[in-house]
Design a protein around this ligand. Structure first.
Ligand code: GTP
Ligand code: MG
Length: 294
């Protein structure tokens, strides 16, 4: 039997559900999700293994506005490099007519080596009668290999999408061992989990430019829990006060909420130590952006 494998770059406007889709396809929480645009800051690999195929899915940061500051510049570079190394690009869109960001991606497809398919996501939010005209417009804009309507939230269409992806991959041996889920170290995933819970707890009170770094992840033996020391970086002293809350109650709540997912990842009990530090210029410090977006 022939085996198919390859890289699939998941690209699109911010907030269209790319990370939700990656998690739905892989069947595990690999990439964090939030209601805010620009949640994903990193290129992230999730491996989908199926009968006779392996799809290496690359989640990418979404576009919203272009060229706004250095963080956006780093995002752009990552999207471009994801496209360059991919066999297949999946453009994830919402059920509405293409806008500037979608057309910019289509322009990039014209010169990229990757074949492109369109994923029309969030179909649970639109009447069926609204989907067809959108699909027709996209088909006119670019000769997509396939146009697949899905809901990453309800899993509707996910099996069909998996089959379509597999069929479009080149014939070759698997790229990764079958037990590999992602290429990121545990400390990276842990920092992302904490960031997700900061977003979820503070919602619009916290700007999206918080950053989280796991400074220490110490695996322990016996009954001692693993130690995770994470730092949440914020832009100002007032944000720091807000995050910590009265007597530390708010940040403690983040820890309580994040710990179960950390323990699932570590496979054993975790002691989580959370610190909040002010670093007002982290977005403009290239080194920090690279670390965050790298
Ligand atoms: N109703 C509905 N909501 C969805 C669906 N897929 C994703 N969402 C929601 O859309 C929001 C954004 O999802 P993400 O997966 O973080 O989107 P993203 O494209 O990765 O966003 P960035 O990383 O910021 O570019 C979240 O609130 C998701 O729950 C869907 O199929 N239906
Ligand atoms: Mg994302």
């Amino acid at each position: 039997m022939t085996f198919r494998s390859g890289f699939v770059a998941i690209v699109g406007r911010a907030n269209t559900g790319k990370s939700t889709l990656l998690n739905a396809l892989v069947g595990e929480k690999v990439s964090i999700v939030s209601e805010k645009p620009h949640t994903t800051r990193h290129k992230l690999l999730g491996v989908l293994n199926g009968g006779g195929f392996q799809a290496a899915l690359l989640d990418t940061p979404g576009y919203l506005r272009r060229g706004r500051d250095r963080l956006d510049a780093a995002m752009k570079r990552h999207v471009a490099s994801a496209l360059a190394e991919a066999d297949l690009a999946a453009l994830v869109v919402e059920p509405r007519m293409p806008g500037d960001v979608e057309l910019a991606f289509i322009e990039q497809f014209k010169t990229a080596k990757a074949r492109a398919l369109l994923v029309l996501n969030k179909i649970d939010t639109a009447a069926k009668s609204r989907l067809l005209p959108v699909m027709e417009r996209y088909a006119q804009a670019y000769p997509f290999e396939r146009i697949v309507p899905v809901s990453a939230l309800t899993d509707d269409g996910a099996d069909l999408l998996t089959a379509e992806l597999a069929a479009l991959l080149p014939e070759q041996e698997p790229i990764f061992p079958p037990d590999l889920l992602t290429d990121r170290p545990a400390s990276f995933l842990m920092a992302e989990i904490v960031r997700e819970h900061v977003f979820a707890q503070y919602r619009d009170e916290v700007p999206y430019d918080v950053a989280v770094e796991v400074e220490e992840f110490e695996r322990r033996e016996g009954r001692a829990p693993d130690l995770v020391r994470a730092v949440v970086y914020v832009a100002s002293a007032s944000q720091k006060r807000l995050l910590i809350g009265s007597g530390g109650a708010a940040i403690k709540q983040v820890g309580v909420a994040a710990r179960p997912a950390l323990e699932t990842l570590a496979g054993r009990p975790v002691y989580l130590e959370l610190w909040v530090k002010v670093n007002p210029h982290w977005r403009r410090k290239a080194g920090f952006v690279e670390r965050q977006a790298g």
